[in-house]
Write a protein that binds this ligand. Sequence first.
Ligand SMILES: [Fe+2]
Length: 186
Amino acid sequence: MRTVTDLDALMQLLREGAGAHDAPHQSGTEAVDLLSHGLQCAERLRTWHPEDLELQVAGLVHDIGHQLQPGEDATHGVTAAAAIRELLGERVARLVEHHVPAKRYLVTTDANYLNRLSPVSVETLTAQGGLMTHEEVIACEQLPDWNAGLELRRADEAAKSPGRVVPGLDAWRTVIAQVISATHTR
Ligand SMILES: [Fe+2]
């Protein structure tokens, strides 16, 4: 599988998200392409959590698994996390990984959350494991950075608006560079 070894490789992969979608389903594809989706998600998180650069960058890259292994809905979070763990660090990887179970968690624990999901997101829920058991809910709540992962997931669902104007990819380059530098000087 393609690995993301440096900032330029990551920028290139993100750029390729322009015009790319997750795999088409019966209900169609999401209304925005993967690049716009990542940019909208990162911008939401920048507004909600201006101090947390790692969370913002996790929002930007959270769906690259759809590009790396198209059609693998259930594993796209794990795939993306594995691809960026070395470059962006353990916490960003963990947040990216959390965003898939976080959907199952929120649907299970928040009666209104299902109504906020896009049609594609509802359709992929079953493949991703459906509702959680009580034990799974408790186990998730023990995971490091779980609450930040839930925030990423909330931003994810709020990042599918066609035509919303947000800063472009180049605006994120220095933020990503800061996260990389912090990761490799720890
Ligand atoms: Fe997403």
